[in-house]
Design a protein around this ligand. Structure first.
Ligand code: MEV
Length: 326
């Protein structure tokens, strides 16, 4: 029976964190660590999921089970993706699904969005429904909103299109920058952050201080639009300066953390052009833009400050399809 493997890259937010949830733009780059979903039809009824990274082996479920609170997170995204796909293209087969990840859920590289996109694309290939990338994005965005209730969808776009893209909330604009690599070092704080909680925290701040928070979002937006051509033209010192500006704005929204700050200051003191948190904040990763002469010193400083340097290439390719008929 036809078996399809789809792999998607992880992602890192460069600029536009949080503001992109509120109708602004962001810049996101794809990480060359990939998550793969394999799907094949099965003559058995129901769905089984094997996800060794989270200890699931032939976990059997029906779509109705996924509302239960102890349903595993990866299975929730797989089940909701299947459910949304089947509303558009109904099918009555059983399915065998497996996932394999090079990055897991720890770093904030977007494992939920990658698993969602890869599941939808694998279903599209298995059932030959010829969905466009935009269709996959819309089904994926629906899936994320169904589960998390909040989010801009930037991580889904990165999983689909890869590269480094300018993205507007809900996929209203998706523009690849066409850059092949970025001189960015990624430091992991060791603290896992929960994106939905932090997004809701910023929403609450916006309700309490609407004028202030909107003006912060506007400034974040103008940094995104200034940074875009600077990245294309490889003006890294300038990109670093804008990272520093943006970090200050994100701090004002209350999404910094002591661990993020210590890695960010360590990188700056070791000669980086600039540094900021990447994503929701509260933990996960920071990014710093460096030249070759300072890279080693910056990496050492991040480690000495208690972080882990993640060795990744950026602006990686988007989703890849590999089918085999056995
Ligand atoms: C989380 O990685 C980035 C946020 O902007 C949320 C989102 O865009 O969905 C905080």
């Amino acid at each position: 029976m036809k078996k399809v493997n789809i792999s998607c890259p992880g992602k890192l937010m460069l600029f536009g964190d949080h503001a992109v949830v509120h109708n602004r733009h962001c810049l996101v780059t794809a990480v060359d660590q990939r998550l793969t979903v394999t799907i094949e039809k099965s003559s058995d009824e129901g769905i089984t999921l094997t996800a060794p990274d989270v200890g699931l082996n032939n976990f059997a479920f029906s779509l109705a089970d996924s509302d239960s609170p102890d349903f595993p997170k990866v299975a929730k995204f797989v089940a909701q993706s299947i459910s949304n796909f089947s509303k558009r293209h109904s099918f009555s087969m059983g399915l065998r699904v497996s996932t394999r990840s090079e990055f897991g859920a720890t770093f904030g590289f977007g494992s939920s969005s990658a698993v969602t996109v890869a599941t939808l694309k694998a279903l599209d290939e298995v059932f030959e429904t010829h969905l466009s990338n935009e269709d996959i994005f819309q089904l994926g965005y629906q899936t994320v909103i169904d589960i998390q209730g909040v989010g801009s969808g930037f991580d889904l776009a990165s999983a689909i299109w890869g590269n480094t893209i300018l993205f507007a909330t809900g996929g209203k604009e998706i523009v690849p920058l066409g850059v092949s690599s970025l001189p960015i070092v990624v430091g992991y704080t060791g603290v896992k952050a929960d994106t939905a909680t932090l997004v809701k925290q910023v929403n609450k701040l916006k309700q309490q201080y609407p004028a202030f928070v909107e003006s912060v979002f506007d400034q974040i937006e103008s940094i995104v639009l200034e940074a875009k051509p600077l990245i294309v033209e490889q003006e890294w010192a300038e990109v670093g300066q804008y990272m520093n500006f943006q970090q200050g704005l994100l701090e004002s929204l209350g999404v910094g953390s002591p661990q993020l700050s210590s890695l960010i200051f360590a990188a700056r003191h070791a000669g980086a052009f600039g540094a900021k948190l990447s994503g929701a904040g509260g933990g996960d990763c920071m990014i710093t833009v460096v030249d070759d002469d300072h890279r080693k010193a910056v990496e050492t400083a991040i480690i000495q400050a208690g972080g882990t340097v993640l060795s990744v290439n950026l602006s990686a390719p988007g989703l890849k399809v590999q089918s085999d008929n056995d």
